[in-house]
Write a protein that binds this ligand. Structure first.
Ligand SMILES: Cc1cc2nc3c(=O)[nH]c(=O)nc-3n(C[C@H](O)[C@H](O)[C@H](O)COP(=O)(O)OP(=O)(O)OC[C@H]3O[C@@H](n4cnc5c(N)ncnc54)[C@H](O)[C@@H]3O)c2cc1C
Length: 487
């Protein structure tokens, strides 16, 4: 079995998983109003791979001839990285919106671990074997695989001690079947995914003490495992009118507080255990591949900002104004800035220690920061260009009411734009910029691939600054040859 259909994916969620939302225990997740829209989106992604017009772009062939999702084949050439970009763009084009945590973005974290296989082999050969097994299994069984990094932390002084032996997720027992873990993680999409790569959160693991060993574990968790509780945040508008909220009714990804209440992780699912070195390594490299897929989503968000601003100013003739053109140019600069980083990251891709092809790390991480840091300003510019109608337009049912239609015709028609068409564009703009879900997404994007300070650290740690030092040494005629501290 390789490629799954949407139907097979939906059936796989019927595994007795314990999901809670809005004060109820969910019994049929595929039909629940908070989850159905995003499960339908993911099902559509599975089905797309079978369609003749998409097959070549969305699938790849393993060495033994097995056809798998393009998303799950580890990249070994620049062509593979280009194919990953094509995969993401093809899926988003078909869906007509942006989804983040749908598998392709999170598989890269397994590839980062694969790159450390030689060192892991030295620590324990079973770990490298398990990593290979899972990377292969995810591809061959087309598993919806996500990622759990962040524990709810609370009092930092009690992370490793105190009640129940610490607040971070940790191993409480080892037996012949596997390890038993207790703790919690925040995890987008967990409630409707098949499995997650669970790993330690951001901390100075390299300087850690032996007492931190039970916390330094990485493993694959089955999302239907006994003892696992999915405690979900409420949907922000999935039940709204679809015309008035075209984004949040379709693309809302639900986040989960995933509680591990003494969950048994079988040995074959343990990727590392009691290894501070592995914890430090995975934290330093976790987004080595996945930041590429993530930043491709930010590029698509930039496209939606630009398109929304343009259509709004064009319908009212505002593009004749020089000042408006300059603002549109700022949005184009933003869009092309992200595009340039991604394009260059592939052109200047690097060999990884494990034999894979990584997007150029410095260009990728600086591109991610560029996209995220400038997003609020660009969203604000788009808001400004759309104007106040973004916030004051009546809903679609009211606009269609025969009693008020003549007023809508008078005040909402312009050129070829009917009130209905203008309404649709304004509703789209609102859901992109102003709705509850738009606000939520801004926070999601800020943190989804670690907080801003960690993203800046990735920039710092992946830029080789020796050339800049050498330039200054030479230009200033310094005698000192090499810095004691290097970036
Ligand atoms: C919508 C949403 C979805 C998410 N989905 C996922 C998911 O799918 N998987 C997952 O694993 N996690 C997920 N997260 C969690 C996310 O990764 C974390 O929120 C993020 O890593 C920050 O951790 P924290 O919230 O515990 O904040 P904290 O660690 O408490 O940090 C809060 C702030 O304190 C400051 N700070 C803390 N430590 C330092 C430091 N050492 N140096 C400088 N400043 C510091 C920073 O300003 C930081 O932003 C999600 C979060 C959100 C909001």
């Amino acid at each position: 079995m390789a490629l799954r259909t949407g139907k097979e994916y939906r059936e796989s969620l019927n595994d007795g998983r314990e999901v809670y939302i809005d004060g109820e225990r969910v019994t049929n997740i595929t039909e629940h109003p908070a989850f159905k829209p995003i499960i339908d989106v993911k099902s559509r992604m599975y089905d797309m791979a079978f369609e003749p017009q998409y097959k070549d772009k969305l699938t790849a062939t393993l060495e033994d001839g097995e056809v798998v999702s393009r998303a799950y084949k580890p990249p070994t050439t620049k062509e593979d990285l280009k194919a990953i970009r094509t995969h993401v763009e093809t899926v988003l084009d078909d869906l007509g919106g942006v989804v983040y945590r749908v598998g392709d973005e999170t598989i890269g974290e397994m590839w980062s671990l694969y790159d450390a296989k030689d060192r892991l082999n030295e620590i324990d050969p079973t770990y490298a074997r398990n990593i290979n097994y899972h990377i292969d299994r995810i591809a061959r069984e087309d598993i919806f695989h996500v990622s759990a990094n962040t524990d709810p932390k609370g009092d930092r002084s009690k992370l490793f001690s105190g009640k129940d032996g610490g607040t971070l997720l940790h191993v409480v027992e080892e037996n012949d079947k596997g390890i038993v873990v207790t703790g919690a993680k925040f995890e987008t999409a967990a409630a409707y995914a098949n499995q997650a790569f669970v790993k330690p959160t951001i901390l100075d693991w390299a300087a850690g003490a032996d007492s931190m060993a039970p916390f330094a574990c990485g493993f694959i968790a089955d999302m239907g495992a006994p003892g696992l509780k999915h405690i979900c945040r409420s949907s922000l508008g999935t039940t709204n009118n679809k015309t008035d909220y075209p984004i949040s009714t379709k693309f809302q990804e639900i986040d989960t507080l995933l509680v591990f209440d003494n969950v048994l992780i079988p040995w074959e699912n343990v990727l590392f255990h009691r290894s501070l070195e592995s914890a430090a390594y995975i934290r330093a490299t976790v987004h080595r591949y996945s930041a590429f897929n993530y930043t491709l989503r930010l590029l698509r968000r930039a496209d939606y900002l630009l398109g929304t601003a343009l259509l709004n100013v064009e319908q009212t003739g505002l593009t004749q104004l020089q000042a408006v053109k300059e603002k549109i140019s700022q949005l184009i600069n933003y869009r092309e800035g992200i595009n340039a980083h991604l394009t260059a990251a592939v052109a200047e891709a690097e060999d990884s220690a494990g034999g894979l092809m990584m997007p150029n790390q410095s260009l990728l991480y600086t591109g991610r920061v560029f996209a995220l840091e400038n997003f609020p300003a660009m969203a604000h510019l788009t808001r400004e260009l759309v104007g106040g109608q973004l916030a004051v337009s009546p809903d679609s049912d009211t606009m269609a009411d025969p009693a008020i239609q003549k007023y809508m015709d008078k005040y909402y028609s312009v050129g070829q734009w009917t009130p209905e068409e203008r309404g649709k564009l304004l509703y789209f703009a609102r859901d992109l910029l102003n709705s509850s879900y738009a606000g939520h997404l801004t926070t999601f994007e800020l943190f989804a691939q670690s907080p801003p300070f960690a993203q800046q650290m990735a920039v710092f740690n992946n830029f080789d600054a020796e050339k800049q030092r050498e330039l200054v040494r030479k230009a200033a005629d310094l005698q000192q040859k090499k810095s004691a501290v290097t970036v």
